[in-house]
Ligand binder design. Structure first.
Ligand code: FAD
Length: 354
């Protein structure tokens, strides 16, 4: 059976980001890598968005970048600026093409369909596939989006809408999200935070059609692309092995209060690349304990009082956007944390804390 120095299980966002980072920095010149990925070919399946708080390898895959955004609850809208940390959207199709083209040029990198085809005993494994997910009573961020195209110029492509809570909440947390790529094209998403038990929250097509027609007032549009997904807002059980570390969502790279994962994956890849030669003895890379702690309290409050979440997010953006963006991107200092905490309903948070 074939053997490799490194194995990446799952050639998705984290697996490919890591392979690209290792290859870019010549870590695979005299080492072999197998990427275990069942899909036959890659095509655009999602978009990844985030505030660009540090530079990354995929600037050329950015579909659009914004310096301004809004957030709204019924009867109130906040207009905010983010020009020092623009909000970026990456097209997964461009991302896959760029990485696959680059990896195919290295003869030491192999794509293999099934782990059973190789011997893993003497390799170091980076695993992005969760072994088991016990999601009983756990929260998920679940959503669907249409990329639409209109006949007439309709959107202001300079400003995106991060969260529109002016919609039916159904005793969960619900908001719409609109990313205008141009005057005629936009991604519109319906997003829920729930335990997935209420199936009526998942008639996404109807929600999107109603929102586009009744709220955005667009009657004439076509759908160019559709994405559906669910991000676990809980830590996935990690089975520790001496020659393996987990990456991606399975490796705890998702920020539990927001679902943001993409840039954490890039930071993790960078950390692995820098420590590759002694990876077995290197401390695990984790999101700071302070965010894990604060996010857990936040999710408990959310579970107990989902209807308050629109107000809570809206109030949080009463801090300067820089503070909120740093906090949501795991880069806030203590002062910024305190400012965020000061905007939260103290009694509710203290109750969940104790
Ligand atoms: C639709 C969608 C939109 C998202 N948008 C954002 C966003 O805007 N911003 C953000 O920060 N995060 C976002 N996320 C969250 C997160 O960034 C993505 O889920 C990201 O793809 C996670 O990377 P990953 O490598 O952990 O998982 P994946 O990218 O899902 O990769 C896992 C790979 O493993 C493969 N695989 C499955 N089973 C096996 C097996 N048995 N053996 C080998 N391989 C296997 C799969 O085919 C897949 O390629 C989004 C998630 C989804 C689903």
């Amino acid at each position: 059976m074939k053997e490799f120095d490194y194995i990446i299980i799952g050639g998705g966002c984290s697996g490919l980001s890591l392979a690209y980072e290792l290859n870019l920095h010549h870590k695979l010149k005299d080492k072999t890598l197998a990427i275990i990925e069942p899909r036959d070919n890659y095509s655009k399946d999602k978009t990844w968005s985030f505030w660009k708080i540090f530079s990354h390898n995929f600037e050329d895959c950015v579909k659009k970048s914004w310096n301004n955004f809004t957030i709204n609850i019924p009867n109130h809208t906040k207009y905010l600026e983010c020009k020092n940390t623009p909000y970026q959207t990456i097209d997964s199709g461009l991302f896959y093409d760029k990485i696959i083209n680059s990896l195919n040029q290295n003869k030491n990198i192999f794509f293999i369909k099934n782990l059973n085809e190789i011997n893993t005993n003497n390799s170091f494994v980076f695993n992005s596939v969760a072994n088991e997910i016990n999601s009983e009573n756990k929260l998920w961020q679940h959503f669907s989006g249409f990329e639409i195209e209109t006949n007439k110029e309709f959107f202001d492509e300079e400003i995106f809408n991060l969260m529109d809570f002016d919609c039916d909440q159904k005793n969960s947390v619900h908001f719409f999200y609109t990313l205008p790529y141009s005057k005629k094209k936009a991604l519109v998403e319906t997003t829920w935070i729930s335990d997935l038990k209420n199936l009526s929250l998942q008639d996404y097509d109807e929600q999107l059609n109603n929102y586009i027609r009744n709220n955005l007032k667009i009657k004439d549009f076509k759908i160019n692309f559709k994405e559906v997904g669910a991000i676990p807002l809980f830590n996935i059980k990690n089975i520790k092995k001496h020659n393996q570390i987990n990456i991606g969502t399975a490796g705890g790279m998702t920020r539990l209060s927001t679902g943001y994962t993409f840039l954490n994956i890039q930071e993790h890849s960078n950390y692995i690349r820098k420590n590759l030669d002694n990876i077995q003895n290197t401390n695990l890379f984790t999101l700071s304990k302070k965010y894990q702690f604060l996010d857990n309290i936040f999710l408990k409050v959310l579970k107990k009082d989902p209807k308050d979440m629109g107000q809570i997010f809206f109030k949080m953006f009463g801090c300067s956007p820089k503070v909120v963006i740093n906090f949501l991107s795991n880069k806030s200092n203590v002062l910024e944390d305190l400012l965020i905490v000061s905007k939260m309903p103290k009694l509710k948070f203290l109750r969940q804390f104790f």
